[in-house]
Ligand binder design. Structure first.
Ligand SMILES: *Cc1c(COP(=O)(O)O)cnc(C)c1O
Length: 453
């Protein structure tokens, strides 16, 4: 059960060897650390742990709510060890080894998305900042033009466009949720960059990149892919019903964002952005009178909007990818289990008399609702909220789910037997992003079926 304990011996051994390196610089006179009083420390740690256990059980498959899970133990060990040194991947002065690790993992990511070895990219503190960089470059390349996405795109795009003082267009979607190509055509000359989400945060939808890319090409419009959540699914494209077409095209997009702290088994603080054309580096150009002296090589800070960044993040991702490379057999296995879990739960819901599957999941996020007798959208919302709360509050075998709100027009399009008596419909949502969900999907179904409403 405790995967972290298995790594403790490795951690201690590595810590000792780092201490040897530290000690090799000689003793430090007048240490400033106060004496550790064992009893007081023990009490403090007890209090501390008690506070931490106030979390939902993110590590357990009964938690199928939001996009949360603990990192791989290798990432934990690597992060903790590197953090005792605390390198800063801004300039090579701040951490030569972890900067090199960052360049290596970026090359791996570039390979994975089909950029080959000519690209520009780096890690960021998260997906929001990574997208901000891509939108900023979008604005610089097409000043005055709008950035567009569907309403299913992450909410931060709209907000970041306000930060960038750039017009933002929400593309209309048809009733099924697909971008409305006629509406798009009418706005073509206003748009500079189109954001396409591969794995939307709500439903895990993969937007039709093929159609959007060829349309954008005809109009000279750039494509930014937000694959913060779904990006690593490219490793198993074509398997388990995952349409390979959009993933085969990622290499042709102008920029792409992928969050290793979502499906890359990393602790928070690890996003990434990649640009197909390395020449965009000119927009980042700046000088810093006190850094960049140790090497003529490219310093990551010279191509990043953020200044200080944890070298420990690069270390954690690097070590994780040595164990689980970006291949079908490496990290792909983990995603395959998540995808199978989603298909299993979707099949269970499809066969249930008490629940209805909202729509077949594209990836590993499943949306569904308890079937109301009166077939009204307001009832779908009310019972969904009831099941959500009751499950979470159960003493025995609780289930942690989340809720999703969609326009009722879209809901009744997919479920024509329903009457829309509310403008929005709330339903249940499960993010099955832990490989353990594969064996637990039936149990989730059982717990749902045991719920009365
Ligand atoms: C999570 C997510 C983001 C935001 O990323 P953070 O790492 O939370 O800042 C952006 N886009 C999509 C599609 C996401 O799922």
């Amino acid at each position: 059960m405790n995967r972290y304990k298995d790594y403790l011996a490795l951690f201690e051994k590595a810590l000792k060897s780092l201490d040897q390196w530290r000690d090799s610089y000689g003793e430090i006179p007048g240490g400033r650390d106060g004496p550790v009083e064992p009893e007081a420390m023990e009490q403090l740690f007890e209090r501390f742990c008690k506070r931490l256990t106030g979390n939902y059980p993110f590590h357990h498959p009964s938690y199928a709510g939001q996009m949360l899970k603990p990192p791989h133990p290798a990432a934990w060990v690597a992060y903790s060890l590197a953090m005792t040194i605390n390198p800063n991947n801004h300039a090579l002065d701040g951490g030569p080894p972890t900067s090199r690790m960052e360049k290596e993992v970026m090359e791996d990511l570039a390979d994975m998305v089909g950029y080959g070895q000519s690209f520009l990219g780096h890690l960021t503190s998260g997906g929001t900042i990574a997208n901000l960089e891509a939108l900023w470059i979008a604005r610089e390349l097409h000043p005055g033009k709008a950035i567009a996405s569907t309403a299913d795109a992450h909410y931060t795009h709209n907000r970041m466009c306000r930060v960038l003082n750039t017009p933002y267009i929400t593309i209309a979607t048809d009733e099924s949720g697909e971008p409305d190509m006629n509406a798009l055509e009418e706005q073509a000359d206003q748009i500079g960059t189109l954001v396409v989400t591969l794995g939307t945060t709500g439903e895990g939808r993969v937007e039709p990149l093929q159609k959007l890319k060829s349309w954008a090409d005809r109009h000279g419009i750039r494509i930014h892919i937000d694959a913060a959540y779904g990006g690593f699914y490219t490793l198993i494209a074509g398997e388990e019903g995952i349409d390979p077409a959009p993933w085969q095209l990622t290499g042709e997009a102008d920029s792409i964002v992928i969050d290793p702290h979502k499906h890359g088994l990393q602790p928070y603080g690890c996003g990434s952005v990649l640009f197909k054309d390395p020449k965009i580096g000119r927009f980042y150009k700046h000088d810093s009178p006190y850094t960049y002296f140790t090497s003529q090589d490219l310093h990551l800070g010279e191509i990043s909007l953020e200044c200080s960044r944890a070298g420990a993040s690069a270390a954690a991702l690097w070590l994780t990818l040595q164990l689980l490379p970006l291949s079908r057999e490496g990290l792909g296995e983990v995603l395959l289990s998540c995808r199978k879990a989603a298909k299993k739960l979707a099949a269970g819901l499809g066969a249930s008399e008490n629940y209805t599957l909202y729509r077949e999941p594209d990836l590993d996020i499943v949306c569904y609702f308890p079937t109301p007798r009166d077939r009204k959208t307001s009832s779908v919302s009310a019972i969904s909220k009831q099941v959500f709360e009751n499950q979470m509050d159960k003493r025995e075998k609780p289930l942690y789910l989340s809720l999703l709100k969609v326009p009722s027009g879209r809901f009744t399009y997919l479920h024509p037997g329903y009457t829309a008596d509310s403008s929005e419909t709330v339903m249940l949502r499960s993010v099955l992003m832990k490989p353990e969900h594969e064996d637990f999907a039936d149990e989730i179904m059982d717990r749902l079926e045991a719920q009365e409403f």
